[in-house]
Ligand binder design. Structure first.
Ligand code: PMP
Length: 287
């Protein structure tokens, strides 16, 4: 069945939603995005995703396409129209299609932003079999630009990183800069040592994960100790556990890094507990 998607004020069958070849995201990756998960038909961490979207837009001096209430309504309507119980909603805002190619930003008075949203149905997202076995990662150099805190659609290197992982028989890649892990290709990275949760501190070096913020809050509420600082691949390989977080995978155990087993090579207790707490609390707070 064809999906109904949203494009610039209209709900359309996916095949009818068309964007200009002059769109700045198509020509220059001049766009930002958000991915919100849906559990039981409810939006998870929606306020956080919208707050980060606003920040990305502000940092890039990009016009806001719609008010919070309107964006919430579009998300809800797409969930309803597409009958999404578990899945994801992708939202993208671009600087629009000025009608020609030019490095300079178009005048926001005459060039409207492009707003696109679509759903991805993923039955069984929360009960993922992968979370029960854990995943393997490799390390790769982080050669991305210096404003990784802005959620832009420049995803070529992360995409190449996934392919490098696949080729190496792994599931994902953790990126390393100046000897320390920045983050995963599409997630925030953590290790656990002697009961302490260690994850890189927030800066322009990493995306400020919405799931990261929620998981760290729940961890602290559960009296777990959290240390926000960079860590190396060697430290990760000697850790008791490793995991990552993202809106599409929640809390995902990592059981192998560059061929070295983490702990006993099975998902760790802290990661599994945080996954359970995150899913329980998110379902309760979903809107
Ligand atoms: N880092 C990167 C590079 C990402 O692409 C993502 C997911 N978009 C994350 C971290 C996790 O962020 P969130 O928890 O908001 O999905």
């Amino acid at each position: 069945m064809s999906r109904t998607v949203y494009l610039n004020g209209e709900y359309l069958p996916e095949a009818e939603a068309k964007v200009s070849i002059f769109d700045r995201a198509f020509l220059m990756a001049d766009g930002v995005y958000e991915v919100t998960s849906v559990l039981g038909g409810k939006l998870i961490d929606f306020d956080g995703h919208l707050a980060r979207l606003e920040r990305s837009l502000t940092e890039l001096d990009m016009p806001k396409p719609a008010a919070f209430d309107e964006l919430l309504e579009i998300h809800r309507k797409l969930v309803e129209l597409n009958g999404i119980d578990e899945g994801l909603i992708y939202l993208q805002v671009t600087r629009g299609a000025p009608g020609d190619r030019d490095f300079a930003f178009p005048d926001p008075e005459s060039c409207e932003p492009t707003l696109v949203l679509f759903t991805q149905s993923k039955p069984g997202l929360a009960d993922s079999p992968t979370a029960k076995t854990g995943i393997k990662v490799i390390s790769i150099e982080d050669i991305r630009w210096g404003r990784r805190d802005i959620k832009t659609v420049q995803l070529l290197y992360p995409s190449m990183g996934k392919m490098m992982a696949k080729k190496a028989g792994a599931d994902d890649a953790w990126m390393v800069e100046d000897g320390a892990v920045t983050e995963g290709t599409s997630n925030n990275a953590y290790i656990v040592k002697d009961g302490k949760i260690i994850t890189r501190n927030l800066s322009t070096d990493i995306l400020h994960g919405i799931t990261r913020a929620a998981v760290l809050k729940f961890a602290r509420e559960a009296q777990m100790i959290v240390e926000e600082r960079p860590f190396t691949i060697e430290e990760a390989q000697q850790a008791d556990e490793a995991f990552y977080t993202s809106a599409s995978a929640f809390v995902m155990p990592v059981v192998e890094i560059d061929g070295a087993k983490i702990g006993d090579g099975t998902p760790g207790g802290v990661a599994l507990r945080l996954r359970e707490i995150y899913l329980d609390e998110s379902r309760k707070a979903g809107i």
